[in-house]
Design a protein around this ligand. Structure first.
Ligand code: ADP
Length: 259
């Protein structure tokens, strides 16, 4: 069971994990992984035991975002010991690949890699596992939704129309699988010039909030385009770690409190 909901045939819970939420997007590069990392840390800051699974098999960025070193240890029984990053239990296919090595698997291979990462990892007892999905609507999404109960998905989009058109397709897919949509996060929402404090709505303003209303789903909040988020991502120290009381960390925590 998961949250009292019946488990559909073919769906098996992951032992020890109470709740699974996934972060999705229509397009790449909108900040889905950055949001997934900071959301996981924000939920941990609420006192939850949190894991993070990088299921973006074709473009895993979690090892960089959290400065994971090396491969996860493998126990005698073949089960992975996840990385520990700032208290999060983390698994990423990226940790298994050589630098710049591309994943060239077809669907069934990707599906079995996802199954292994999810089920052959010693997660321990977790209140919540955050899954960073690949962008779009492909094999990994289908495989995750078919093989286990996903309690909800958050969709990350930038405000401009093109990104939102793709986000709507991802939302449509999630609805077809009857997975609850927790809401939409608008990332890179606006930019505040650090020298003058002027706000620039580079990609227009309010697009994701209007789209969320059109799609009858909650709008979870807006994260501005901030240099420190990009720098923290590159350095493996997200804002929840480097400046837990700062404006960015507060914005992610406000999103975490709604999911
Ligand atoms: P995705 O997972 O959607 O492909 P990423 O999370 O990898 O996107 O983010 C893409 C790039 O944008 C990264 O360099 C990241 O540091 C940067 N980025 C993401 N969100 C923000 C933000 N709010 N402000 C500044 N840079 C950001």
């Amino acid at each position: 069971f998961s949250h009292g909901k019946p488990v559909l045939p073919g769906k098996t819970p992951v032992p020890g994990i109470k709740r699974i939420i996934a972060a999705g997007s229509g397009k790449g590069g909108v900040g889905k992984s950055t949001t997934a990392v900071n959301l996981a840390l924000a939920l941990q800051a609420e006192g939850l035991r949190v894991g993070l699974l990088d299921a973006d098999l074709y473009g895993p960025s979690i090892p960089k975002l959290l400065a994971l070193e090396g491969q996860p240890a493998i126990r005698d029984d073949g089960i992975f010991n996840p990385h520990d990053a700032f208290g999060l239990k983390v698994m990423s296919i990226g940790s298994m690949l050589a630098k710049d090595q591309a994943v060239v698997w077809r669907g069934p291979m990707a599906t079995s890699a996802l199954r292994q990462l999810l089920r052959e990892t010693a997660w321990g007892d977790l209140d919540l596992l955050v899954v960073d999905l690949p962008p779009g609507t492909g094999d990994i999404q289908i495989s995750l939704f078919q093989q286990t109960v996903v309690d909800g998905v958050i969709i990350v989009s930038t405000p401009q129309d093109l990104a939102l058109i793709d986000a709507k397709k991802a939302i449509d897919m999630i609805r077809r699988f009857n997975v609850p949509l927790l809401g939409l996060v608008e990332n890179m929402s606006y930019f505040i010039a650090p020298d003058t404090g002027t706000r620039y709505d580079i990609f227009g303003s309010g697009g994701a909030e209007r789209a969320a209303a059109d799609l009858k789903m909650p709008f979870l909040g807006a994260i501005p385009l901030v240099m420190s988020i990009r720098e923290g991502s590159d350095a493996g120290t997200p804002p929840l770690v480097s400046a837990p009381g700062g404006a960015e960390a507060t914005a992610y925590r406000a999103i975490g409190q709604q999911v």
